[in-house]
Design a protein around this ligand. Structure first.
Ligand SMILES: Cc1cc2nc3c(=O)[nH]c(=O)nc-3n(C[C@H](O)[C@H](O)[C@H](O)COP(=O)(O)O)c2cc1C
Length: 195
């Protein structure tokens, strides 16, 4: 197996983070992985807003939590037992799990492929992060974090164009020391059809 395949198989969603910030050099490489992702029509319309301000990240994470109504886990249906999500544990009040670096991916509101452009960029970045020993988690419905006056104030402060919206957030940080690295769910391989 080559290094790329090993990284793809190793990457897991991380929701328990060390408080230590990631190194600037690692962040630069992760961002480069995002810039080099494919984009529909080669338009490169995704904006990567990096926030390492603890207070802003915490407030936006709490707004997002308050605006999310995930289907709650049951005994047989859950997101992760090893690294619980907000759907698994109602006691989690921050939808960003106190990750030290959060990148919000913004893309044009009136473009058919905005979500796809962000998703492929995020996957590139998650794999780059994993290859550098950094944990990541994809957070969907990015707009929820900005759905109150404080969120709107942040959008203005960051000078996000009004014709763009927050598609998703990418959480980055080192996995919490002492935690067993998550194995994740086994993969349903019967989804592959061969003809
Ligand atoms: C489109 C999308 C949206 C997601 N949204 C969230 C989210 O809001 N909160 C969260 O904790 N995890 C979120 N995840 C992460 C998934 O829960 C995670 O990828 C899944 O449980 C599989 O685990 P693995 O990434 O370790 O293989 C999202 C993943 C994707 C692809």
């Amino acid at each position: 197996m080559n290094e790329t395949m090993r990284t793809i198989l190793h990457r897991r969603a991380i929701r328990r983070f060390d408080t230590k910030q990631i190194e600037e050099e690692a962040l630069q490489q992760i961002l480069q992985a995002g810039l080099y992702a494919p984009s529909a029509g080669g338009r490169q319309g995704v904006i990567f807003a990096v926030c390492q301000d603890k207070e802003i990240n915490e407030r936006l994470g709490k707004i997002k939590r308050a605006n999310s109504s995930p289907r709650m886990a049951t005994a047989t249906s859950y997101v992760s037992r090893e690294q619980p999500s907000i759907a698994d544990d109602p006691k989690l009040t921050n939808a960003f799990y106190n990750a030290p670096t959060i990148i919000t991916l913004f893309a044009p509101k009136n473009f058919l492929f905005s979500a796809e452009d962000c998703a492929v960029a995020a996957e590139n970045m998650m794999l780059a992060a994993d290859s550098l020993g950094i944990g990541s988690c994809y957070i969907g419905q990015g707009w929820n974090a900005f759905a109150d006056p404080y969120g709107q104030e942040i959008l203005k402060k960051w000078e996000i164009p009004v014709d763009h919206y927050a598609v998703m957030q990418l959480l980055l940080g080192y996995p919490r020391p002492g935690d067993k690295y998550p194995e994740g769910k086994s993969r349903k391989s019967d989804r592959i059809l061969r003809f």
